[in-house]
Ligand binder design. Structure first.
Ligand code: 2HA
Ligand code: ZN
Length: 267
């Protein structure tokens, strides 16, 4: 048994917050991350603090009893790795809310986006039993792209696939995009979770991106790939002299790599 700060997942999560800050994607208190612990991981750490119960309505039933590592409200990702006890905690999800069982010292609490995280985990677990992670940040170029591109799932997916050959292999399920919405409330949580029933990535217009996956590395890799494509889009969309990758070429890539692209996007 160790302190929760010694869990591999907590260390990886703290490293990731710093990496994302270095990328320029988590200014000030931007961004939040959560990670569903396995039964094995739950047994690896001791609880030495008084549990704190916080009420929250409409908890998805498939999460009751699960443990979640999550970043704190107001945490600065630049500083998380040196202040894990206050900026990262573990909660146990209950029917009427959740109990803080480790971390969030100095009376801190989980991110304001916690409800979105819970609904997103719930939605992904329904379609993918290996699902574990939700990462949200303010990746720059994909946010820029929401000012110059149509905000439609299929059109945005097609544009991103067309920027880098590997995109269609990395996210054949495409991306979902939400119009601008207030963040932190139930509405954006529900809208995000709805998109996540058929893809792992959701773009929040004029705000940022959210990716899910079976590991922190996996979810972050999706964000890196989407943002790289968006960066190329932003640098070229108004000065192109070639047509870019065609539908036929994308289908050839899928054929070669045995990938099934989301329906209704390529002809
Ligand atoms: O946690 O990024 O969307 C701060 C945010 C809210
Ligand atoms: Zn945000």
């Amino acid at each position: 048994m160790t302190k929760y700060t010694e869990l591999t997942a907590v260390k990886e999560l703290a490293d990731l917050t710093y990496t994302m800050w270095q990328m320029g994607w988590d200014e000030k208190n931007g961004g939040n991350i959560s990670y569903l612990l396995s039964e094995k991981e739950v047994k690896e750490f001791y609880r030495d603090q008084v549990p704190r119960f916080i009420e929250l309505k409409n908890i998805p039933s498939n999460l009751i009893g699960r443990y979640l590592i999550i970043t704190a409200s107001g945490s600065n990702f630049r500083l998380v790795k040196d202040s894990i006890e206050t900026t990262v905690g573990v909660i146990k999800i209950k029917q009427e809310g959740y109990t803080i069982i480790a971390g969030f010292e100095n009376n801190n609490q989980p991110t304001s986006e916690i409800y979105m995280h819970l609904l997103s985990h719930s939605a992904r677990l329904e379609v993918d039993p290996t699902h574990r992670v939700v990462v949200h940040n303010h990746a720059t170029e994909i946010s820029e792209m929401t000012f110059v591109h149509e905000l439609d799932d299929k059109a945005l997916t097609r544009s991103l696939w067309g920027m880098v050959t590997e995109c269609i292999i990395v996210f054949p399920d495409g991306v979902g995009v939400l119009p601008w919405m207030v963040c932190g409330n139930e509405e954006i949580g529900k809208a995000t979770a709805k998109k996540l029933t058929n893809c792992r990535i959701v773009i929040w217009s004029h705000h940022g991106i959210l990716a899910t996956g079976s590991s922190l590395n996996d979810a972050f890799g999706l964000i890196e790939t989407v943002n790289k494509a968006a960066k190329i889009y932003m640098n070229t969309f108004d000065k192109r002299i070639t047509k870019g990758i065609t539908d036929k070429q994308l289908l050839d890539v899928c054929d070669f790599f045995g990938v099934t692209p989301k329906k209704g996007i390529l002809n």
